[in-house]
Write a protein that binds this ligand. Structure first.
Ligand code: RIB
Length: 308
């Protein structure tokens, strides 16, 4: 474990994944080739990515009752992540994602029902306060209830803990919260919705990033899928193409690999653009295997490819 505490505040979701050569259009039924169930959720995936990259991770989430809730606890523990802040709602089911993956392209479609992780209370956040305010970095997404996100952002910001916000799945965020975020990491769609600039090329990506800088954020990363990643600060910018080490079989969780590893690299003290390059390697590696949290690479592997 490297020094630097990373708090991940986010979802745990049970992923139900079907693969097939073609994905159904509305009203259509198509036959798939493989079904798998596995642990996911943007919060958990990012926590696993950070943990496997040797981060000291504290995970805050909420799961439901019964078998799926119990399974979540087992899966979280198996990754070496503490259950201290894994809260439970006895009535609302653990979040579920219905994921279809096109096996020709590795692209996915996801319908996520956040369930229990949409019911995080103020009291639960208060229980995690000591760890939130003493973190070196906090990493958040949009798969929990917005009031809990708002409360946690304010708590972290007051304690001067840098906040990375991965605004996925995209949702409006109020103008008083956005400036409290240090680094925002949308993908193209999320950047387009939030900034109002249609992101479809390098000049529009620059313009969308400017929108966030104008709002008071310090750094912006826009992930561009198979095209790579763009990162911008007030004075500098880079574009890194995706690295293709191996054939892409499943892009689920690639953004999460990026965010989890970015948090570790920054907590470890790497320069921002170097951290982006390191995380870009991790994201590419994750697309070469099936699954969401299961596809996260280990630190050795990231370093090996990073140093190529
Ligand atoms: O980012 C991928 C994740 O999004 C999946 O694991 C699924 O749970 C969805 O929430």
């Amino acid at each position: 474990v490297i020094s630097g505490k990373i708090v991940v505040f986010g979802s745990y979701i049970n992923d139900l994944v079907g693969r097939g050569p073609d994905l159904p259009r509305p009203g259509e039924t198509v036959k798939g080739t493989l079904f798998q169930m596995g642990p996911g959720g943007k919060g958990f995936n990012q926590a696993v990515a950070a943990r496997r990259a040797a981060g000291d991770v504290v995970f805050i989430t909420k799961v439901g009752p019964g078998l799926f809730g119990d399974l979540a606890l087992t899966n979280i523990k198996t990754e070496g992540i503490s259950l201290t802040y894994v809260f439970r709602n006895p009535e609302i089911e653990t979040g579920t994602a219905l994921i279809t993956v096109n096996e020709k392209t590795g692209q996915n479609q996801i319908l996520v029902t956040i369930g229990a992780c949409g019911t995080i209370t103020e009291k639960e956040i208060a229980k995690a306060r000591t760890d939130i305010v003493s973190a070196d970095i906090i990493l958040m997404q949009f798969e929990t209830n917005m009031d809990a996100i708002a409360k946690t952002i304010k708590m972290a910001n007051r304690a001067k803990v840098p906040i990375i916000l991965n605004p996925a799945p995209v949702q409006e965020i109020s103008d008083d919260l956005l400036p409290l975020v240090d680094i925002i990491t949308p993908n193209e769609t999320e950047a387009s919705v939030l900034s109002g600039v249609k992101v479809d090329g390098l000049s529009s990506v620059h313009e969308a990033a400017q929108f966030f800088l104008d709002k008071g954020l310090k750094k912006v990363v826009i992930t561009l899928g198979e095209k790579g990643v763009y990162a911008r600060t007030e004075d500098d910018e880079i574009f890194l193409p995706a690295v293709d080490y191996a054939p892409v079989v499943d892009t689920t969780g690639a953004g999460d690999a990026f965010n989890g590893v970015l948090a570790v690299a920054l907590a470890q003290g790497r320069d921002f653009f170097e951290a982006v390059r390191f995380s870009n390697v991790a994201a590419s590696l994750s697309t070469s295997r099936y699954g969401s949290s299961k596809s996260m690479p280990c630190r050795d592997e990231i370093e090996r490819y990073y140093n190529l």
